[in-house]
Design a protein around this ligand. Structure first.
Ligand SMILES: Cc1cc2nc3c(=O)[nH]c(=O)nc-3n(C[C@H](O)[C@H](O)[C@H](O)COP(=O)(O)O)c2cc1C
Length: 172
């Protein structure tokens, strides 16, 4: 079985997970893949950061499911949120049609947040979000955590987080 880990990463958190996964599976790895890059593989593991409730680059997989039929597909999303079901289940429901969710592996791995590493457009977006968050009257702990991360970068990446994904890939 030929396996590849492909990913898109803006500030390095998804990249770190992709490297750990490729090392563990001893397989190929490629950043910013095209469809032709992945067509020759049997198992394709795609990772992307979570951005405004979407997944960076996931269209490569989700818009090409017909062309990729017969391949084992695994997605991993990397965000700064704590990974609660209330956030993650709707996220996957938006991304993967319900009938495909059993056959496409999907995992959430917690990344981090580093405002200083963002490009200009993302900085503007995040500053708009910050103004909105600051107006919330009784912010919950996730909101407070996100606000604090603007001043102090947070990094929740942990190699242990890939275990479930690795077990899944080895089992299929
Ligand atoms: C404009 C913007 C939107 C974001 N939206 C989300 C989001 O909806 N959910 C989330 O958990 N994290 C969100 N994040 C945080 C990123 O997902 C997080 O920093 C992730 O680790 C980035 O991974 P990458 O550096 O590999 O792209 C957002 C960050 C930016 C800059």
């Amino acid at each position: 079985m030929k396996t590849i880990v492909v990913y898109k990463s803006k500030t390095g958190y998804t990249k770190r997970y992709a490297q750990w996964i490729a090392e563990e599976l001893n397989c190929d790895i490629k950043e910013n893949p095209s469809l032709s890059d992945i067509m020759v593989y049997d198992t394709i593991i795609f990772g992307g950061g979570m951005y405004a409730g979407g997944m960076n680059g996931a269209k490569l997989i989700t818009k090409n499911l017909d062309k990729l039929s017969g391949k084992k597909l695994v997605l991993f999303a990397v965000g700064s949120n704590p990974g609660k079901d209330k956030d993650i289940i709707p996220f996957w429901n938006r991304l993967i049609p319900a009938e495909q969710q059993k056959s496409i592996g999907h995992f959430y791995l917690r990344g981090g947040f580093d405002f200083n590493k963002l490009g200009t457009a993302d900085k503007i977006l995040m500053n708009m979000l910050k103004m909105h968050l600051q107006k919330i009257e009784n912010p919950d702990e996730d909101t407070l955590g996100l606000l604090a991360a603007y001043d102090n970068p947070v990094d929740f990446t942990d190699k242990d987080n890939i275990k479930e994904l690795i077990d899944y890939v080895r089992s299929v």
